[in-house]
Ligand binder design. Structure first.
Ligand code: NAP
Length: 296
C-alpha cells in the first residue's frame, strides 16, 4: 500500500481562506476587525521567526496584529501589566504569549493571567478544564489542526482506535481529549508505555508527538492506518540539515492508508488554527455566530 498524503500546507491555505472570508464579513456587516496580540519576551531566534510569521499571516487574512516585544530580563510584574492591558483592550480578541519564557518567569502564572476568552493558544487552566469536560473552549492550535485534517480525511472518527504518542499539555493531552470528543477509543502512550510497537499496531489513527526523529517505523503501523506526524526534528543527513518527523516516513508511507509529511503536514496548520481561534474568539466576544468548521 502507498499512503495518501494529507497535505497540511494546502489544507492550511483553505483554513486561512475561510478565516479571511469571515474577517471580511465581520468588517463589512459588523464594523469589527479581529485583533491578535503576540507577546514575545527575549530574543530566542526560533521564537522570533515564529512570531514574525504569525504577524505576517494575521495581517494577510485582514486582521489587526499587535506585537509586544519585551527584554529578556523583563520582570513578572511588568509582563503581567502588559497582559492586563491587553485583557482590557476591546480591540484585542486574542492574546498569545510566545513560549518558552525566560527561566525567571513563571509560565503557569503568566498563561493563567490571560483572560480565558482571549487565550487563543488554549493553554489557560479554564480552557483545559472546559475541553476536558466537553464544553465550548479555546482549543490548542496544533491538536486542533490535527483534528481538522482527520475529520476532513475520514468524515466521522466515531469508534476508531486512536493512539496518541506523547502526553504533553500542548499536544498529547488536548489531542487525546479532542479524539475522545469525536468518539474515538483513545490510548495515550508515553515514555513508560510497555510494548509501544504493539500498542501502536492496534491503532486506526496514530498521532505521534514525541520529539524523537523517525522513532515510529513502518512495522509499528497497522496496514491502512492514518498517521499524523506532529514531530519537528532537525537532523544532519548526508551533510545537510533536514527536518524530519517522529515517524519514519519512508517505511510508514508503505503501510499507512494516509500520512502527513514533515515538513508540510501538521506544521502549517498550527498558525492557521491560531488565526481561526482569533476569529472564533472575536465572534464570541461580540455575541455573533461562530464560523463553521473552524473549531472543535
Ligand atoms: P514534549 O513536551 O517533549 O513531550 C514529548 C512526549 O513524548 C512526552 O510525553 C514523552 O513521555 C513522550 N516520549 C518521549 N520519548 C518517548 C519514547 N521513547 N516513547 C514514547 N513516548 C516518548 O513534546 P511536545 O511539546 O508535545 O512536542 C512533541 C513534538 O511535536 C516535538 O517534535 C515538537 O517540536 C513538535 N511540535 C510541533 C508543533 C507543530 O506546529 N507542528 C507544535 C508543537 C510541537 P513522558 O511524558 O513519559 O516523558
Amino acid at each position: 500500500m502507498t499512503a495518501a498524503i494529507i497535505d497540511g500546507k494546502a489544507f492550511a491555505a483553505t483554513v486561512r481562506e475561510k478565516v479571511a472570508g469571515h474577517v471580511a464579513r465581520l468588517k463589512e456587516e459588523n464594523g469589527i476587525t479581529p485583533g491578535l496580540a503576540v507577546v514575545l519576551v527575549g530574543e530566542d531566534p526560533a521564537s522570533q521567526v515564529y512570531v514574525r510569521s504569525k504577524g505576517k499571516q494575521t495581517v494577510e487574512v485582514g486582521m489587526n496584529s499587535y506585537e509586544h516585544k519585551m527584554d529578556a530580563d523583563t520582570s513578572e510584574a511588568d509582563l503581567l501589566a502588559v497582559i492586563e492591558k491587553l485583557n482590557n483592550d476591546p480591540a484585542v480578541h486574542g492574546i498569545l504569549v510566545q513560549l518558552p519564557l525566560p527561566g525567571h518567569l513563571n509560565e503557569d502564572l503568566i498563561i493563567n493571567s490571560i483572560a480565558p476568552e482571549k487565550d487563543v493558544d488554549g493553554f489557560h487552566i479554564s480552557n483545559v478544564g472546559l475541553l476536558g469536560t466537553g464544553q465550548k473552549s479555546m482549543v490548542p492550535c496544533t491538536p486542533l489542526g490535527c483534528l481538522m485534517m482527520l475529520r476532513d480525511y475520514h468524515g466521522s472518527l466515531s469508534g476508531m482506535n486512536a493512539v496518541v504518542i506523547g502526553r504533553s499539555n500542548i499536544v498529547g493531552k488536548p489531542m487525546a481529549q479532542l479524539l475522545l470528543g469525536d468518539s474515538c477509543t483513545v490510548t495515550i502512550a508515553h515514555s513508560r508505555t510497555k510494548d509501544l510497537p504493539e500498542v501502536v499496531r492496534g491503532a486506526d489513527i496514530v498521532v505521534a508527538a514525541v520529539g524523537r526523529p523517525e522513532m515510529v517505523p513502518g512495522d509499528w503501523i497497522r496496514e491502512g492506518a492514518t498517521v499524523i506526524d506532529v514531530g519537528i526534528n532537525r537532523i544532519e543527513r548526508d551533510g545537510k540539515t533536514r527536518l524530519v518527523g517522529d515517524v519514519d516516513f519512508e517505511s510508514a508511507s508503505k503501510v499507512a492508508g494516509a500520512i502527513t509529511p514533515v515538513p508540510g503536514g501538521v506544521g502549517p496548520m498550527t498558525i492557521a488554527c491560531l488565526l481561526a481561534n482569533t476569529v472564533t474568539a472575536c465572534c464570541r466576544a461580540n455575541g455573533l455566530a461562530e464560523p463553521e468548521g473552524l473549531t472543535a
